[in-house]
Structure formats: C-alpha cells, structure tokens
Design a protein around this ligand. Structure first.
Ligand code: AMP
Length: 427
C-alpha cells in the first residue's frame, strides 16, 4: 500500500521545532504587550468577496492563489488584514474605542509553488493599528516589527517606500504605463499582462530583464502630492529619531492593492529567493471600501515559517560555536609539551576553551586536530621555538601567523594569550 503523505505545500510542525515556534509566539506576544496591542482571532473562512474587494482583483493572490469553494462563495484566508477589518466593521469596534491596536497569529493559505520558505499553508504574525493618521504611528508600527527581530537576535534590513494616495497615484500610474508601453515587448509575460491592470507590480518584478527595463522608470517617491510628501518626510524623520535604519526603495511595491502611502518590508539575505520576512503599510481607504467608517489604518504581516528558519540557522550557528575551542596548543617534544600542559590549565582557569594532545604527533597531525576542534587559534611550540622562547600563534581563520613571546613566566604568557583572544572576540 502506498504511504499517505501530507498535501504538497502543507507541512507538519514537529516536536523538534516546536520550541522555536513557541519562542517566536511568546516574543511576538510580549512585544505587542509593550505597544498596547490586543489579540484578535478571526475565522479561517471568509466570504470570497472580502478578499476580492480588499486585496484587489488584479493581484496575484486573488487572481491565482486563493483556495476558494466557488459553489459556497467562501475562501480560506490568504492573509489577515482583510479579516480583521471585516471584524472591526462588523462589531463596530471604532465606536467602543477610536484607536484599535490589534494583533493575531495564525495559518494563511495561498496556492503558490512550494519551495523553501514558501508554503501553501503558512503562518503570519499580523499587527494592525486602526484609527490614527499621524505619521509617527507608521514609525511606531515599524518599530514594533523591528523590536521583534531585535529581541530574537535576528539581523534583518528594512526597505521603505511610499505608494501615494488616490490623488497622486493615478497620474503616476499613467506616467508609468506610458513609459512601460515603450518597452512592452521586452517585458516578461507576467509583466506584459500586468502592464495595464497592475503596472506598479512591474516595478518589483524579480526577473533580470524587467529589472533592467524599470531601472530609470518614474519614481513614486518623487511624484507624491504635498500631503503624501509631508507624511513620508515625517515617517522618515521619526524613524531617524528612533534610530531605526532603513533603505529607501522605490521599486518595493507590495502585492496587495489596498496600500496607500507608507509601505515597508523586512528582508533577509539568508533565505535565498524568499528574502521578505515581513511587510506591511498604510491602508487609508480600505475600511471605507469595505463598507465601514472612514478611518485609516496601518499594519504588517510577518511570515512565521521564514522567521523560524532564521531562528533555526541561528541556533545551528550557536551550537557550532559552542563546540569550538578557543585555542589548540600544538606542542612538539617533551619540554614543550610539559610547558603547554601547565599553560592549558591556566588558560582553562581563565575560562578559555583549550585543546591539547599528549601523544607526540607530528605538527601536520596536530594541525588536523586543531581543525577538527575548530580552534580559533593554534599555539605552535616546537623544539626550535622552545629554544628561542618564541612560539607561533596561528589565527585559524585568517591563516596569519605571529610570534608569541615565551619570555616571562607561564602566568604572564597565559595573560598575554587571554588578551589576544579577548581582542579577537572569540570568547
Ligand atoms: P504578504 O501578506 O504577501 O505581504 O506577506 C507577508 C509575509 O508573509 C511575507 O513577507 C512572507 O514572509 C510571508 N509569506 C507570504 N506568502 C508566504 C508563503 N506562501 N509561504 C510562507 N510565507 C509567506
């Protein structure tokens, strides 16, 4: 009998990985607490129309990635913002409290081609601040996202753009279409199709031929109306004042239609093609578009699988580092060995991880051992060095060798080595 397997793109999270998920969930919850965010949980199924009206008909998500039950008119949520907005409107949440700060975590569904970091069922941590229009709030939400990565000790970079508003985006869109029509034949087939339905998406196509063609395309950041320009300037100034670094990226266009003004993405260079670990932006017209009050909002969604992959890599690096020795003492001959035996003990008392071999092997064999224990440094002390009172200290990363003086007593030599190892940050 053939063994049954999980559906392609749907993955188990096994007990071996669960500690990473739990740490991420706890960290996201704690960071949200600091920002006064409250948790909300919405259903997995929503009316298809919700996603069509919010995400946009001409987006990849709605066009080809949704898990829809057509006869029932329902869809498994491909993202969380639309559902949260639906709940916000349905429960009249703005009446209870004019500013709503909400977060959620849960499974989303998109029929994409599965690969590392890209699944058909994946999880997002999603945060939304509904109500305020002030640019400081944009920076505050970005700061929340950055704090999560900082707390997890993950290195990500922040890309920032503004997509304008219904005043300045349509003329920009037109200008862009006119420019792209001139090179239409050279665009990839996806972009040719998008050219008139969703031309902004052409700007962030990853295909090299399209990238080259849009290199000198008009920039939304330079086409903002005075209000959007002021807003964007204030967002940047607030990020600067908070010490948050970002790259202005005029090619970064989010995949969902509802974004206005500030948009951002957190990216990593450690996951290959799936570089985006999270992203979001402002959606000032969305709630009204969905039949709710005219209130603004800003939110982001982080891809939890991708964050867990980064945490996994970090954990592996930590395990590898924990198994590394600070120094290997390669002694040749009985006198050098006797000396190194004492030196090893002193260094270990100072907290250093020291490896030594007593079986009188050749230097070549000992260098092999030094490699195996991943020593940061090797101290080579042969008969000649012993005579000249100068050992050789080899940096195993750079292969650089320097003399290390053996003048003075063993305690002093130990002190000298500790200093060098401290300086190289190997401890
Ligand atoms: P989006 O809702 O498309 O803005 O996506 C927000 C984040 O969710 C992305 O930056 C990814 O980290 C993550 N994400 C989106 N689609 C997938 C997917 N198919 N598999 C895994 N993670 C995803």
């Amino acid at each position: 009998m053939t063994k049954l397997q999980a559906v392609n793109g749907f993955k188990d999270i096994l007990p071996e990985q669960i500690h990473l998920w739990q740490r991420l969930e706890a960290c996201a919850t704690e960071v949200c607490r600091r920002f006064g965010m409250r948790e909300i949980r919405t259903p997995i199924l929503e009316k298809t129309e919700l996603f069509v009206r919010s995400i946009g008909e001409a987006t990849d998500v709605v066009e080809k990635e949704m898990y829809t039950f057509p006869d029932k008119g329902i869809t498994m949520r491909p993202e969380a913002t639309a559902s949260i907005m639906r709940a916000f409107i349905e429960h009249g949440m703005h009446v209870q409290q004019p500013v709503q700060r909400l977060y959620t975590m849960g499974a989303m569904f998109r029929h994409e081609r599965p690969q590392k970091g890209r699944l058909r069922q994946f999880h997002q941590f999603d945060a939304e601040i509904i109500g305020p229009v002030e640019p400081q709030v944009d920076a505050e939400l970005i700061a929340l996202g950055q704090m999560l990565f900082d707390e997890l000790g993950l290195d990500v970079s922040l890309e920032l753009n503004s997509l304008g508003c219904p005043v300045c985006r349509p003329p920009f869109r037109q200008k862009l279409i006119e420019r792209l029509e001139k090179v239409q034949d050279q665009l990839c087939s996806d972009c040719r199709r998008r050219l008139h339905t969703n031309p902004l998406r052409v700007l962030d196509c990853k295909k090299p031929e399209c990238r080259a063609l849009v290199a000198d395309a008009p920039s939304m950041q330079e086409s903002l109306c005075p209000d959007c320009d002021r807003h964007f300037t204030a967002v940047r100034a607030t990020l600067d004042s908070l010490g948050l670094r970002y790259n202005l990226n005029r090619f970064m266009v989010r995949g969902l239609d509802y974004y206005t003004r500030t948009t951002f993405e957190f990216i990593t260079n450690q996951l290959g093609a799936q570089a985006a670990v999270g992203g979001g932006g402002r959606y000032d017209g969305l709630i009204e578009e969905l039949g709710g009050p005219a209130v603004s909002g800003i939110g982001f969604a982080m891809g939890m699988e991708r964050i867990v992959l980064l945490m996994e890599q970090q954990e592996q690096a930590e395990v590898a580092a924990a198994g590394r020795m600070d120094v290997y003492l390669a002694a040749l001959g009985p006198e050098a060995l006797a000396h190194c035996t004492v030196l090893a003990q002193l260094l270990r008392k100072r907290g250093l991880r020291v490896a030594i071999d007593y079986s009188d092997r050749s230097l070549k064999a000992q260098m092999k051992i030094a490699g195996r224990v991943q020593a940061r440094y090797t101290l080579i002390l042969g008969a000649q060095e012993w005579e000249q009172k100068a050992a050789i200290l080899r940096d195993m990363e750079t292969q650089e060798q320097k003399p290390f003086s053996l003048i003075g007593n063993t305690e002093e030599q130990c002190e000298g080595l500790v200093e060098i190892l401290h300086d190289s940050n190997s401890m």
